[in-house]
Design a protein around this ligand. Structure first.
Ligand code: DON
Length: 325
């Protein structure tokens, strides 16, 4: 481990990382603040008390505590990885003509496009993610879905599946996302057939993962796109900086600025209660806890990441240790 920073974190880091995670889990497991997302009816069925923390290092070590085997749907965390696939499929220049890289300061589901360019602001909000998904290559719906599932497999290290109940629940109630797709079709930002793009977007959000999977996915981003356990290249390393940049500036929606200030590492949250955070060249962090704050971020997840960052000096601009010498 080379992620100890200041004096305080050195003391804590002298404990094995596993016991630090155990203590963190104990500290926050009774935290009851926040509410489970229910605007996709099927998501409301989750156990609100579920809680897990996992860290996967770029050396392939995994530390985990709590309900780390419990499956849940990945939701918005998928946007990070699908953006990578779109970059792999089309290259940076073309993707930039269709999706911007500007944070919005608005909610994740805001119906808003850049006034001049008519592009969605960034690939981490719903509008930008639908545009990104619409660009995934493949002949027909099933080939595009299979390419996407295979991309997730490379990051995770095993096959993944779509939760059909959650997918159909969002497909029948996701009118806001449909409205955004129509708006983008109107401005030529996405192409017909938009129902196919929306289905693929609802499917990517309904991919089932557990907390350990998320940590390995985050560690893959930390490890230049190479899964640290299977050693498979999941995304071209030249796109890691694009992915991490938009995670850093836009990954936590209208909390992104405060997150960058306090936690200081690229991250992404999902409405089902997951958060991933990436410490480049060191580790991937994942937390799962379904109770959310008003911006749609996991309450316990934010607290755990804040504490991990503080104690181990993970903030990218931390200057109280050797990183800045
Ligand atoms: O499109 C939606 O609204 C959901 N499938 C995903 C939203 C989400 O996870 C936002 N994250 N905080």
């Amino acid at each position: 481990m080379n992620f100890m920073a200041n004096q305080k974190s050195l003391q804590i880091a002298s404990l094995p990382l596993q016991s630090f995670l155990d203590d963190l889990h104990d500290k926050y497991k009774l935290e009851q603040e926040g509410a489970v997302a229910d605007y996709i009816p099927e998501l409301a069925k989750v156990n609100p008390d579920a809680f897990s923390i996992c860290i996967a290092t770029v050396n392939g070590e995994v530390y985990k505590v709590g309900d780390y085997n419990q499956l849940f749907t990945i939701q918005s965390i998928s946007k990070v990885f699908v953006y990578g696939l779109a970059l792999d499929d089309h290259g940076r220049d073309y993707i930039l003509t269709r999706v911007g890289v500007e944070p919005t300061g608005d909610a994740f589901n805001a119906i808003v496009l850049d006034e001049q360019s008519k592009r969605p602001y960034n690939p981490m909000v719903n509008a930008g993610a639908i545009a990104t998904t619409s660009l995934i290559k493949g002949f027909g719906a099933s080939e595009r879905l299979n390419r996407m599932l295979d991309m997730f497999r490379r990051y995770i290290g095993h096959d993944v599946f779509v939760d059909i109940a959650v997918f159909t629940s969002e497909r029948t109630t996701g009118h806001r996302n449909r409205a955004m797709a129509h708006l983008m079709l109107n401005f030529g930002m996405i192409d017909e057939p938009i129902d196919e793009a929306l289905d693929l977007y609802f499917q990517q959000c309904a991919v089932m993962v557990n907390c350990q999977d998320l940590a390995v996915m985050a560690a893959t981003l930390a490890n230049k796109g190479v899964n640290p356990i299977s050693k498979e290249q999941a995304v071209d390393s030249r796109y890691i900086k694009d992915i991490l940049s938009v995670m850093y500036t836009c990954g936590m929606y209208n909390f992104a600025g405060e997150w960058a200030y306090k936690v200081g590492i690229p991250a992404k949250s999902g409405i089902s209660g997951g958060i991933i955070a990436v410490v480049p060249n060191q580790m991937g962090i994942a937390v799962f806890s379904p109770r959310l704050d008003s911006r749609g971020n996991s309450v316990r997840g934010v607290k755990v990441c804040e504490e991990l960052s503080q104690h181990f000096g993970l903030h990218l601009f931390e200057c109280s240790h050797s990183k800045c010498n």
